[in-house]
Ligand binder design. Structure first.
Ligand code: PLP
Length: 480
């Protein structure tokens, strides 16, 4: 493809995308297919010769699109939002065209420096303490964009593991690092995302998954008791991953209580996973959920969830960048450069060497919407979730089971789990809307998350009509 063909096909692709986005509401939200559908439609061998562009696009329309789950559909209410917006798409297009691999400052100065600046913008907008902002005088911390929240948790646990081993080595300098591993224990609540458990598995440390209170919040005594019990058994509490905005019910751990518990330990790193909820803290009235932030060592949010930025864009801030990088630095000659001493090399802040120019899309989004536009977007979602909550509460067949603080409503029919399972299965099978289940307070619940960028009250009411009609049908059948 030469530049002229790219110009033509690029414009056609933008037209295709515009048509897709404009017609989204008319599609089934989820495909009606069986696993393996594509293998009968696409040859099992790669083509030897070049194919025509039109043939490729025809296959996109006929074979790929029917198998797509439409995450940007106005009636997609599953998971959390998959961040998406036109400025972000365009910025990613430019990033792809620049095609740099910005692992060090020298590998692409703009890629590195824009990341530092945009992470400072966002960190300040969220209300993180000055220690986390690179450009503030005296700060030893800073921000970095990772691929996923799972990776943010993993690298922080790794840094904490390193810190704990150095601490334990002071009294046992001859021991190999690996000899300390069986002693190390990390903690999170049952509400924490499974990526914490996965990180512990990768790093060969023990994990205690603790019981939150009746509001899904990890509290002081539960954590303290667990840590004391472990310490009494000769173990070493080295890491706590607190959750602000849990996946199943958007619950919040009590940072003000667990922060001092961590501080009182000899060497415990406190991380906060706010992958979804943290984006909302750009709104002044929601910063109340950050109370206790002064105790934390690291913090992550996913703008690729709830800040109109396309995957991948997971933002991690650390209070001490040396603690993170010292766990990850390897420095072969071929990656060094003349400005290594004064410049940031983000290759030391994460696992992969190669890094995309991800700050570009965050920069475009923040500039094109402005913080006020992003706040408006978040507030609209929260307002719509409250409206949905009101609709559920007015129908006495249903109950709301979470404290609706952001844009996630957890609800269920006041009936056995199996009835709720059938309700959700029939709604999802209809293709009219999509939601997922979870367990809250040991009950099967249905999660309704407001996700579409321009979601409206009519969208939420439409969704509620679908749910309500399916419930009526199900309950009538049951009573016959
Ligand atoms: N943490 C929370 C609170 C989440 O909700 C999720 C995913 O939904 C994750 C972590 C994992 O995110 P990622 O896919 O970026 O690893």
């Amino acid at each position: 493809m030469d530049v002229e063909e790219f110009r033509t096909r690029g414009k056609e692709m933008v037209d295709y995308i515009c048509q897709y986005v404009s017609n989204l509401g008319s599609y089934r939200v989820t495909p009606d297919l069986e696993p393996g559908y594509l293998k009968d439609l696409i040859p099992s061998e790669a083509p030897q010769e070049a194919e025509q562009w039109d043939d490729i696009m025809e296959d996109v329309e006929k074979k790929i699109m029917p198998g797509v789950t439409h995450w940007q559909h106005p009636r997609f209410h599953a998971y959390f939002p998959s961040g998406n917006s036109f400025p972000s798409i365009l910025a990613d297009m430019l990033s792809d065209a620049i095609g740099c691999i910005g692992f060090s400052w020298a590998a692409s100065p703009a890629c590195t420096e824009l990341e530092t600046i945009v992470m400072d913008w966002l960190g300040k907008a969220i209300g993180l303490p000055d220690d986390f902002i690179t450009s503030i005088k005296g700060s030893k911390g800073g921000g970095v964009i990772q691929t996923s929240a799972s990776e943010c948790v993993l690298v922080c646990m790794l840094a904490a593991r390193n810190q704990a081993i150095q601490h334990l080595k002071k009294t046992n300098p001859q021991a190999e690092d690996s000899e300390f591993l069986p002693k190390l224990v990390c903690y999170c609540s049952k509400e924490a995302h499974s990526c914490v458990e996965k990180a512990a598995k990768i790093l060969l440390v023990q994990i205690r998954i603790l019981e939150p209170d009746e509001n899904g919040s990890l509290r002081r005594d539960i954590l303290l008791n667990a840590m004391e019990k472990d310490a009494a058994n000769g173990l070493f509490p080295f890491f706590v991953s607190a959750i602000l905005g849990s996946t199943s019910s958007c619950s919040f751990d009590n940072l003000q209580e667990i922060g001092p518990v961590c501080r009182a330990q000899p060497c415990t790193w406190l991380h906060v996973d706010a992958a979804y909820a943290g984006n909302a803290f750009i709104c002044p009235e929601l910063k109340v959920y950050l109370q206790g932030v002064e105790y934390i060592d690291s913090f992550n949010i996913n703008p690729n969830k709830w800040l109109l930025t396309n995957y991948d864009c997971s933002c991690l801030w650390v209070k001490c960048r040396m603690k993170l990088t010292s766990a990850l630095v390897v420095d072969p000659l071929y990656l060094q450069h003349a400005n290594s001493d004064e410049a940031i090399d983000y290759r030391h802040w994460g696992i992969p060497l190669s890094r995309r120019f991800r700050s570009l899309k965050l920069w475009f989004v923040i500039r094109k919407y402005g913080l006020s536009g992003l706040q408006k977007y978040i507030r609209n979602h929260i307002k719509l979730a409250k409206h949905f909550e009101d609709l559920v509460r007015k129908d006495h067949r249903f109950e709301v089971v979470n404290d609706v603080r952001l844009a996630l409503v957890c609800f269920r029919l006041a009936a056995p789990d199996v009835v709720n399972q059938t309700l959700l299965a029939t709604i999802n099978a209809s293709g009219k809307m999509h939601m997922i289940p979870s367990m809250v307070k040991d009950k099967y619940i249905i999660r309704f998350c407001v996700t579409a960028e321009n979601a409206t009250q009519e969208d939420v009411e439409h969704a509620w009509r679908i749910i309500s009609e399916h419930a009526s049908e199900l309950l009538t059948k049951k009573s016959v």
